[in-house]
Design a protein around this ligand. Structure first.
Ligand code: FE2
Length: 344
């Protein structure tokens, strides 16, 4: 078995391959690591056949859909997953064949209704059902402490105590544990009586995960996160550095249209000398009048350098092929003490 654990912050993903056939499966991939997974698979001579989410993640952005489209392979989730893009839906005890490996899905609701663990030889991928020294929370959508109790105490904790436990999250870089170690040391598993366990889970008083609504929106719909949208726009446009723009402004260069896409009041309060204002929300509406010559060189800018990237990508799509975006925004420009012009 070829085995790679990839940590992204506290999120743990796993690339598991069959050494005999070079077939592999990727479990709980995270969106910022797409290139890394593909690079590791290439380095190890593996071809990924399935991308799996152990459950609908509420705290990170899943890369299953992106990778499935890129690799032309199915997204695998439990049958109860709300994600419309899950191509292969597993039920309890279903086996997934990956070369000579056999991954068995165990339905373990509790953290979410669609949680599953994956059993493979000497190890189990526990998703957020069982963590090292913890369990997944049960206070997010479709969570159920009573179901988690059953999934743990009547389910995976009854498996071979020597099984290696690989969770979907671990914030302390511990790598793995075993069922026996968790039974002995995991504080949450010391509440072995149902009522006491539920009582504990209902009073954990945890903060909502950052990006909760955005993660659920994208993971349940297959839509993009705002960061993804911006990253895609950034691949479609070159950038100009703050210092380069400053040098051109100071030199009195006139071959460049500096297009400030912020709202009018922000523009009036202070902008790059000579800049033209065309708010992003009016770009398509006013572009023909405001920018009659598509051969001019244009630099878009905004407050933080994000919306200007979208504006530059849009302008390039419209045929303004000499458009770049400022690498940074007015916040950085102002902080650097670069020249400003005010309205009136
Ligand atoms: Fe989770």
């Amino acid at each position: 078995m070829i085995f790679e654990q990839v940590a992204t912050g506290g999120c743990q993903s796993y690339l598991v391959g069959c050494g005999d056939t070079c077939s592999a499966v990727l479990i709980d991939p995270e969106i910022s690591q797409v290139d890394r997974y593909l690079a590791i698979a290439a380095r190890d001579g593996l071809r990924i056949h399935y991308v799996i989410d152990t459950h609908t993640h509420a705290d990170h952005f899943s890369a299953t859909r992106t990778l499935a489209q890129r690799l032309k392979v199915p997204v695998v989730m439990h049958r109860d997953s709300p994600a419309p893009f899950a191509d292969l839906r597993l039920q309890d005890a279903d086996l997934l064949r990956v070369g000579n490996l056999r991954l068995q899905a165990l339905h373990t609701p509790g953290h979410t209704a669609d949680s599953m663990c994956l059993l493979l030889d000497d190890r189990i991928f526990t998703g957020d059902t069982l963590l090292i020294g913890g369990t997944g929370r049960t206070d997010l959508p479709s969570g159920d402490p009573s179901a988690l109790y059953d999934s743990l105490f009547s389910g995976i904790l009854k498996l071979d105590p020597s099984l290696l436990v690989f969770p979907a999250h671990d914030y302390k870089a511990r790598g793995s544990s075993t069922i026996a170690e968790e039974l002995a040391n995991n504080p949450r598993l010391q509440r072995t009586e149902r009522t006491a366990f539920i009582e504990m889970m209902e009073h954990l008083d945890l903060n909502a995960p950052t990006h909760l609504t955005e993660a659920l929106r994208t993971n349940m719909s297959g839509g993009k996160s705002v960061a993804q949208l911006l990253a895609e726009a950034a691949t479609k446009t070159p950038f100009v550095s703050l210092s380069e723009l400053r040098a051109r402004i100071v030199a009195g260069s006139t071959d460049l249209i500096v297009l400030d896409v912020r709202e009018r009041d922000a523009f009036d309060a202070g902008h790059v000398p000579g800049a033209m204002n065309l708010p992003r929300g009016q770009l398509e509406l006013r572009v023909n009048d405001a920018l009659p010559d598509p051969t001019r060189r244009i630099v878009t800018l905004c407050q933080f350098g994000k919306i200007s990237t979208l504006a530059a990508a849009t302008l390039r799509e419209l045929g303004f092929l000499r458009t770049s975006a400022l690498d940074g925004g007015m916040a950085a420009w102002t902080e650097a003490g670069y020249p400003l012009e005010k309205a009136g």
